[in-house]
Write a protein that binds this ligand. Structure first.
Ligand code: GAP
Length: 589
């Protein structure tokens, strides 16, 4: 299959079989908003459960669910109001808006144009005679502007309280840090996860689930003390990863390299051992959910590409239809977010770190005489008092003379030292306040669903399947891992007569009670019914025939090998559980 045929086939299958399709089609459709159909919704839920299992439960983290709408001050503090922009260029002829960096990437050899300055993008557009993708009009000379990606709304009637749909679930965690740290008993490190919707008013949504305006993220914010906390690097040290570092990308002949996580951290290819740890954990998880690891790599962000909050970032990328798609970002956010919210909000975004033994320190403090500062400095008196306090902490020698001078809003104020209440005292401290650093693996759920579907979609040549199958029919198979498959087992009566249909219904019910997602299908040939289940990824099909009525056994058939065997009806729930857990195979039964 060519790249385009494979992607088209996936889109067609997704719509026909109910994985995903564009929303509001009855009203002409709206770009960037998709519906998960019955198969897709279950697949997405199973994928989220697999994520929860690995990144929350097994890591011992907590999970929360915060609102999608947050007030404007949150995004002033987080930097999204100022810095969460994409480059937009508008066609002078047809008026269509496009992402300027995408036009550059799609029509030149330049990759990651997002990291290029706006003025340079304008020049590249002009020099390369780039045109509007919608109507072909030349874009040379058209201004490229910043476009903020957040969806704005009003909280309550009127416009006095603007709010925004969160552009990342992360902010719902950071803002609640003062309370969340209590649930962690004030002890670092601890991690808080959230799976939920994020919203970005993308300029040009594209490629189905890849660039959406409403999408789901599974994010983990791991709060650590950078001085003392270390990840369990040993547990992932031997994991082999494919790394495409910034240096390799800058080198014209640079290719990604394969190395272990241990080597990558030791050699400084991955600068943070926390990021290294999560690359290792994630590598195993991607394999578990069916990402084709021959079409996968970790790519480091170039410096111009880094988000405003990130000190370093590696993306997990999967190849689909010839393009590399970012499916996860692993960012080292440092203390950026908690410091910012600490600065803007009225709460404490630090952790109190207790010393092993209390220490005695000399501390310089002031206790300004406000009966002097008030009449002398009027409305600036309080700010002068705060400036004196800052100065005492920074430079106590400034108080050695008779007068001390501080600057407030660019103006200097001189105060007699005797009116400052300056003193140096010995105090005993039990600990200190530290602002935790944040390590953030941030997974795009929809892109993962898309990747898993694209990488599991296979086309058998006619005649490759086993006995009892339609030999001359091409077989479309989704080789989804059983853990993710929307349906675990399908139950078919050989024919819908002589009580076979009723018996099949009883067996299906029994499997449902055992906790499996079960489908029933009694129409068409058995071969046709296998095909229908193969293309939605059902790993096991059970056929109820005349031997079932006599001997209480059924055949069970494996999707990938098409191997079949007979098992007792009483054993069936246990057998399916073992198969699903990978403890046995139909061939081995
Ligand atoms: N909190 C960090 C953060 O939001 P990001 O790299 O902007 O980082 C994380 O987003 C993940 O969310 C990406 O790796 C991608 O999988 C997914 N994502 C981002 N924008 C998306 C969009 N418009 N449509 C679908 N998924 C998107």
């Amino acid at each position: 299959m060519t790249d385009d045929t494979a992607t088209d086939r996936l889109t067609e299958l997704a719509k026909r079989r109910g994985f995903f399709f564009q929303s509001s089609e009855a009203y002409g459709g709206v770009s960037g908003f998709y519906v998960y159909g019955p198969e897709g919704a279950t697949l997405k839920e199973n994928l989220e459960d697999a994520w929860r299992d690995r990144f929350v439960r097994r890591e011992g983290h907590m999970e929360i669910e915060a609102p999608n709408v947050m007030p404007e001050p949150v995004f002033e503090a987080s930097g999204h109001l100022d810095g969460f922009d994409d480059m937009i260029v508008e066609c002078p002829e047809c008026g269509a808006s496009h992402r300027a960096d995408h036009i550059v990437e799609d029509n030149t050899d330049i990759e990651e144009a997002e990291s290029i300055a706006i003025e340079d993008i304008e020049e590249i557009i002009a020099e390369n005679d780039l045109v509007c993708p919608s109507c072909g009009t030349e874009l040379a000379g058209e201004p490229v502007d910043d476009f903020n990606l957040m969806f704005e709304t009003n909280i309550g009637p009127g416009s006095s309280s603007p709010g925004y749909l969160r552009p990342e679930t992360a902010q719902g965690i950071f803002v609640e840090f003062p309370r969340l740290k209590e649930y962690a008993r004030g002890q670092l490190p601890f991690g808080v996860a959230q799976i939920g919707a994020a919203y970005r008013n993308e300029i040009s949504p594209r490629k189905g689930l890849v660039r959406l305006r409403e999408f789901a993220q599974a994010e983990l914010e791991h709060f650590v003390d950078p001085e003392t906390d270390e990840p369990d690097l040993e547990s992932v040290a031997d994991v082999e990863v494919t790394l495409y570092s910034e240096a390799r990308q800058d080198d014209a002949d640079g290719e990604p390299v394969e190395m272990t996580v241990g080597e990558a951290v030791a050699e400084g290819v991955v600068g943070s051992d926390w990021v290294g740890y999560y690359l290792g954990v994630a590598q195993g998880w991607y394999e578990r959910i069916g990402v084709d690891m021959d079409r996968f790599r970790f790519r480091q962000h170039r410096s111009g590409e880094l988000a405003h909050y990130a000190a370093d970032c590696w993306d997990a990328e999967a190849e689909i239809g010839g393009d590399w798609i970012e499916i996860t970002g692993f960012a080292y956010r440092g203390d950026y977010d908690l410091s910012k919210h600490g600065e803007y909000a009225d709460d404490d975004f630090t952790i109190f770190k207790q010393y092993d033994d209390p220490i005695t320190v000399e501390r310089a403090t002031v206790d300004p005489d406000m009966s002097y500062l008030g009449p002398e400095f009027g409305g600036d008196a309080a700010a002068v008092g705060e400036a004196l306090e800052d100065l005492a902490e920074r430079d106590r020698s400034a108080f050695e003379g008779d007068e001390v001078t501080v600057a407030v809003a660019g103006e200097e104020y001189t105060v007699p030292v005797e009116k400052t209440g300056f003193s140096v005292d010995e105090i005993t401290e039990a600990g200190e306040h530290v602002t935790p650093h944040v390590v953030e693996p941030s997974f795009g759920v929809d892109r993962l669903v898309y990747t898993v579907l694209a990488h599991s979609l296979t086309q058998d040549d006619a005649g490759e399947s086993g006995a009892d199958e339609d030999e001359d029919e091409e077989r479309t198979v989704l080789t989804l891992p059983p853990e993710l498959a929307p349906t675990t087992v399908a139950v078919f009566p050989l024919m819908d007569k002589d009580g076979l249909g009723e018996r099949a219904g009883e067996i299906a019910e029994r499997l449902r009670r055992a906790g499996f997602e079960v489908a029933e299908d009694a129409s068409g040939s058995i071969g046709r019914r296998y095909r229908r289940q193969d293309e939605v990824g059902t790993p096991y099909c059970v056929t109820v025939d005349y031997d079932t009525l006599e001997g209480d056994t059924v055949t069970i058939r494996d999707r990938d090998t098409t191997a079949q065997t007979r098992v007792g009806v009483d054993d069936l729930p246990g057998v399916v559980a073992d198969l699903r857990a990978g403890e046995t195979t139909v061939g081995d039964l």
